[in-house]
Design a protein around this ligand. Structure first.
Ligand code: DX5
Ligand code: ZN
Length: 210
């Protein structure tokens, strides 16, 4: 199992120390929120522009914004491994996914909990990652919604040849990580469970074994 540590739950007044705590994560998950698509605001590129001086962990950028094209422009300088946009945020999914890929990054699409799989059919072959939200996006520390398990099972039935990442985000802990692994998830976003843990390094090791 690969783990993306969500810096939404980090200590923003001591980000450097927070980054050290999750040094062994496979990715740093960066939640970009605009106050419109979700009722919360997070960080802009100014806050994160020097991130690469303090960590070598590849970035997994999750754009929860109404204008994903603008978000991509803002964050492309960070040279992330993945940029993921929401299916609900744009009628121009094909164009934007190919824009991300042309910039040299891997591209993902995220689905809110109630969003059906319809709409992925004609883009699935181009995707490197599908991100299933297991909470309503906007905040860390929410309760895991088990409906995502059924959704992943349907996804695997519907797209049996899909070979990209199956990422899940929201309310993940050591217990439901095992369940998600058994359903075929292979990249888990973990925020509050990690940063609230007395030993984040140990917690990461345990999650990776899932
Ligand atoms: C929620 C974000 C998540 C959040 C997960 O909108 O997309 O990435 O940081 O945090 P936890 O693990 O606390 O649910
Ligand atoms: Zn996220």
């Amino acid at each position: 199992m690969e783990i993306a540590a969500s810096i939404l739950s980090a200590d923003f007044m001591d980000l450097r120390q927070s980054l050290k705590q999750v040094d062994s994560a496979d990715f740093l998950h960066v939640d970009v929120m605009d106050g419109h698509f979700v009722p919360n605001l997070t960080f802009g590129p100014c806050v994160l522009q020097n991130l690469s001086q303090y960590t070598n962990t590849p970035l997994d950028i999750h754009l929860m914004v109404d204008n994903p094209t603008f978000g991509i422009e803002l964050f492309k300088e960070l040279k992330p491994a993945y940029i993921t946009i929401h299916l609900e945020s744009t009628p121009h999914l094909h164009k934007i996914i190919h824009h991300i890929k042309n910039l040299g990054f891997k591209a993902g699409v995220s689905l809110n909990p109630a969003t059906p799989l319809n709409g992925l059919e004609y883009i699935i072959a181009d995707l490197d990652l599908v991100l299933f939200m297991s909470v309503n996006p906007g905040f860390g520390g929410q309760k895991f919604l088990p409906l995502v398990l059924d959704k992943i099972a349907h996804f695997k039935q519907k797209f049996p040849t899909y070979s990209g990442k199956i990422e899940v985000d929201g309310g993940i802990n050591a217990k439901n990580a095992l369940l998600l692994a058994s359903y075929g998830a292979n990249l888990l976003v973990v925020g509050s469970y990690l940063f609230n843990h007395e030993n984040p390094t140990l917690a990461l090791q345990e999650l990776k074994r899932a």
